[in-house]
Design a protein around this ligand. Structure first.
Ligand SMILES: Cc1cc2nc3c(=O)[nH]c(=O)nc-3n(C[C@H](O)[C@H](O)[C@H](O)COP(=O)(O)OP(=O)(O)OC[C@H]3O[C@@H](n4cnc5c(N)ncnc54)[C@H](O)[C@@H]3O)c2cc1C
Length: 388
């Protein structure tokens, strides 16, 4: 019988050194909450933009943790970073400003960036002062990312970029993004060839950022239009023509973290708190227990990926598994929160259960879409297992 490849890397146990770190982060978060600096919210890694908070984390050494010290980082391991990120998400703290830069731009610059690019961006990322977006999707190019049409033509000293990106979270606040663009005409026999990543500073002449409001009226998404934007050769990330390979390795960082199952954790915690005040029948206790045990399993899987990242691997298949299972779990927390308690969602409430529930419901359509839709992730898993 053919043995299927393992879906998730071997389990890891957190090293003892991280217990003190976790305690420090918890104490800091409790202090901030007691001072009313912010209230726990759902989906904070996308919606909680708070530059003061990001700089405060940086001051305490909790940003750029895996960036080497010569670039302003702290040279710590992926598991140290994991502990900090899970505490922040569990607390519902406002982490959106630094999230993309800290999660994937730093590691990608370490893997593919030039010395000049590292010197230019990494110290600011570790200081919580330089923010990045993700410039992958375009109209008609979301799941089918290889069909991107934004193109860069070679000119003297650099590239001239024309096209547009959509659904760019936070571009109206960010300093730069990595744009996946075509640098050679499309070849239908090899659709992944001819793509490159350019580092686009979003205040460059010819870049226009237009809001795409959500149904709620909130401004989070943007369309970013490039009209003959000059990108110097020094801002090509990695190798020209290697964009596909680079983007897929960046996606392992994007898909595998605890944010893929903790977006609704503050709601789950509030649900447990509220339910503790009521008489709970056996059926509801079982439903709640089921959610908590799945959360525990997801965490073990996600930690295993962090362990693999720490040893230099790019576990794309495992990241796809965790993202599919984790984002479905996030939605099931909302279902349980509606079914197990009769507190209606209230987007106008200051904070507390009704507000957490409303925020989670309004953000939930994005959970299984962003970072690659679940259907696409299942395709990746099937291919990884040799089933397709
Ligand atoms: C909250 C949020 C934040 C985002 N932030 C960013 C960002 O910052 N930067 C960025 O670049 N992008 C961002 N995106 C875009 C996101 O990555 C894309 O929405 C996603 O990749 C899906 O692409 P699409 O919207 O074009 O859907 P489509 O690709 O048009 O897909 C529509 C539906 O068809 C299904 N489908 C498509 N192809 C197949 C197939 N071959 N087999 C089976 N089913 C298929 C999909 O699964 C989906 O259900 C964000 C999206 C959301 C929701």
């Amino acid at each position: 019988m053919t043995r299927l490849p393992s879906l998730v890397p071997p389990p890891v146990d957190l090293p003892e050194r991280v217990a003190a770190l976790r305690a420090d982060v918890r104490a800091f978060l409790a202090e901030e909450r007691a001072a009313g600096a912010w209230h726990p919210r759902a989906d904070v890694w996308l919606t909680g933009w708070d530059e003061r908070f990001s700089k405060e984390l940086a001051r305490r050494g909790w940003l750029g943790m895996t960036i080497p010290t010569e670039y302003g980082g702290h040279g710590r391991g992926a598991l140290d970073r994991y502990v900090v990120t899970e505490e922040l998400l569990a607390a519902g703290a406002p982490v959106a400003a630094h999230w993309v830069a800290d999660r994937q731009i730093g590691p990608s610059l370490m893997r593919f960036g030039t010395e000049e690019q590292r010197q230019k961006f990494l110290p600011g990322i570790a200081a919580g002062e330089v923010y990045f977006g993700i410039g992958m999707s375009e109209p008609d190019s979301g799941s089918d990312l290889a069909s991107v049409r934004s193109k860069a033509d070679k000119v003297d000293g650099g590239w001239e970029l024309t096209g547009r990106k959509v659904w760019t979270s936070g571009a109206h606040h960010a300093h730069a993004f990595f744009a996946l663009v075509r640098t050679a005409p499309k070849d239908d026999t090899n659709r992944h060839a001819g793509l490159s990543q350019l580092i686009v500073e979003l205040n460059s002449p010819g870049v226009e950022i237009r809001p795409i409001p959500l149904l709620t009226g909130a401004h989070h998404f943007n369309e970013v239009v490039f009209d003959k934007v000059f990108i110097p050769d020094s801002m090509v990330l990695g190798e020209v023509g290697q964009g596909w390979h680079q983007v897929t390795s960046e996606l392992a960082f994007e898909r595998s973290g605890p944010e893929r199952f903790l977006s609704t954790y503050p709601l789950l915690a509030a649900l447990v708190g509220e339910i503790g005040r009521t008489e709970l029948d056996a059926g509801r206790r079982r439903d709640l227990g089921g959610l908590v045990s799945r959360l525990w399993t997801l965490r073990r899987m996600s930690l295993a990926i962090a362990g693999a990242l720490e040893s230099g691997a790019a576990p794309e298949l495992a990241a796809a598994v965790v993202k599919d299972l984790g984002t479905r779990f996030e939605n099931e927390v909302i279902d349980a929160a509606r079914l197990l308690l009769s507190i209606p969602p209230d987007p106008g409430a200051d904070h507390g259960y009704a507000r957490l529930l409303a925020d989670a419901v309004l953000q939930s359509p994005g959970f299984t879409l962003r970072g690659g839709t679940n259907e696409i992730l299942r395709g990746i898993v099937a291919r990884g297992l040799g089933l397709r």
